[in-house]
Design a protein around this ligand. Structure first.
Ligand code: GAP
Length: 465
């Protein structure tokens, strides 16, 4: 089934408690969103899947959690202070301010049917560069203008990994190839945020820096491109809504030799097929740029980027070949929020019941579903039944996220669980008191099966795995 448009997911998210507009009671804050009870579970499950796959299932990757605010020099030497900017244009007619390369993502404030620049009244200025790093000050300073206290909220988690390269190497003593994984918030003062949680100013990244011998970089880069497509598909995202995009030389970031983006069909409603896609993640070959620029002895081939401030050399010594060099780094970088949006869009389906009513079913994989099982009493006024249902929920909870709900008729309760992606509903009825069994209903097929209470946990664990 083709993915629904983002607006459908915005409405489902608000209705069911996945994502709400932030500061809503004060009129919101443009592109900020808060994650409700189900959204936080879904995001956590995505992060767990990523971490399990990279850090626990492999032998060569370890985790890290670095600070959001680092010494400003980090961003000077990484190149972000001078190059981390977007092309900004103003419109003299509507007074709007837009990101030149993302005009398609927004509507003209005066003529919402078209994009800025597409109406004859639009009068866009020449583009100028706008640095998107959020500025802040550290400590008690006399004024916000005090440059000595200037710091930034990190615009990517990656730099925390690079500047800790030697620290982690000294404690883990690994041999190439090896990786460092980090999940955390990043901040960009985006010129044109929008499309719900697709582009926001505060977001969460899952970044992995995989250090390799320079000659291995092209091959290992390709392996990660393939590997990540498989991981994304394991989240339930269908192949037909994924594509690859090879960045052109003009698009490559200042540090990258080659970058391939995995694209998701976020805009299925757009007529032109090539405009339906946008970036879910990027997988870059960052060369040895980062380790070199943060090193005390950073001469590159041209003798540029001399770092007079670093106290360490982030090179690597290979004890087998007696060579010292700067490893290349392959970086798969993906946003939690964009993944969550793609997962919800892909899981969204509609089904018509025998009464002709259309029901939403969120076909999340069991691994990602915020709630794995809902225990529902068929007669909410009968204490023997409700008590048994509550006990079953408590017994299941240590091994799977289980909830109890008696706030409606059974049809309504099933519909609610389908809409939030709960794979199984367990119904306790009058017969349960006699035969010690319950009815298990499958979210996707709506088929029901009688299962003895004694084997319920094993039965669900098996079907969820
Ligand atoms: N360290 C490399 C890096 O940060 P990026 O392509 O700028 O690369 C990586 O960001 C991923 O982070 C993107 O593919 C996207 O999933 C997510 N991301 C970037 N900017 C975002 C934003 N403003 N809002 C939500 N997610 C964003």
């Amino acid at each position: 089934m083709p993915a629904p448009n983002i607006e459908t997911i915005v409405s489902l998210s608000k209705r069911r408690g996945f994502v709400y507009p932030a500061s809503e009671i004060y009129g919101g804050l443009g592109s900020s969103w808060d994650y409700g009870p189900l959204g936080v579970e879904l995001a956590n499950n995505i992060k767990k899947s990523w971490w399990n796959w990279l850090v626990y299932e492999r032998d060569d990757i370890e985790g890290l959690d670095s600070s959001i605010i680092q010494n400003r020099l980090t961003w000077k030497y990484s190149g972000h202070e001078t190059t981390f900017s977007d092309p900004l244009v103003d419109c003299r007619a509507c007074k709007g301010r837009f990101r030149l390369d993302k005009l398609l993502d927004v509507q003209c404030p005066n003529h919402p049917a078209v994009h800025p620049g597409d109406d004859k009244e639009c009068d866009l200025t020449e583009a100028r560069e706008f640095n998107v790093m959020f500025r802040t000050t550290v400590g008690a300073v006399a004024s916000d203008e005090d440059e000595s206290a200037l710091a930034y909220l990190r615009p990517e988690t990656a730099q925390g990994i690079f500047i800790n390269f030697a620290n982690v190497l000294n404690t883990s003593r690994r041999k190439l190839s090896f990786g460092r994984a980090q999940i955390g918030k990043a901040f960009r003062n985006e010129v044109t945020p929008g499309n719900f949680i697709f582009r926001t100013r505060e977001f969460e990244q899952m970044e992995m820096e995989y250090f390799v011998r320079p000659e291995d970089a092209p091959r290992i880069h390709q392996e990660w491109i393939d590997g990540f497509q498989d991981w994304i598909k394991s989240l339930g995202i269908s192949d037909s809504n994924l594509s690859l995009y090879e960045q052109s030389d003009k698009e490559l970031a200042h540090y990258a030799e080659r970058t391939v983006d995995i694209m998701y069909r976020y805009f299925p409603e757009r007529e032109e097929e090539d405009k339906q896609w946008d970036e879910l993640m990027g997988i870059a070959n960052r060369t040895d740029y980062d380790l070199r620029v943060h090193s005390k002895k950073p001469e590159d081939a041209e003798g540029k980027r001399i770092n007079a401030d670093s106290t360490d050399d982030l090179s690597y010594f290979d004890t087998q070949t007696n060579e010292r060099f700067y490893p290349y780094v392959i970086e798969p970088a993906i946003g939690v929020n964009r993944t969550l949006l793609a997962v919800m869009m892909d899981a969204y389906t509609e089904k018509t019941n025998e009464k002709g009513e259309t029901r939403v079913i969120l076909k999340l994989t069991p691994e990602l579903a915020p709630i794995k099982v809902a225990v529902l009493p068929l007669a909410k006024n009968k204490p023997e039944i409700t008590e048994l249902a509550k006990k079953l929920r408590r017994d299941l909870q240590p091994s799977m996220r289980a909830v109890y709900d008696d706030t409606g008729g059974i049809g309504k309760l099933y519909a609610r669980q389908d809409e939030i992606g709960t794979p199984f509903c367990v119904t306790v009825d009058h017969e349960s008191l006699e035969d010690n069994a319950v009815t298990v209903r499958d979210r996707d097929t709506w088929e029901q099966e009688r299962v003895s209470i004694e084997t319920l946990k094993e039965y669900l664990e098996k079907r969820l795995s």
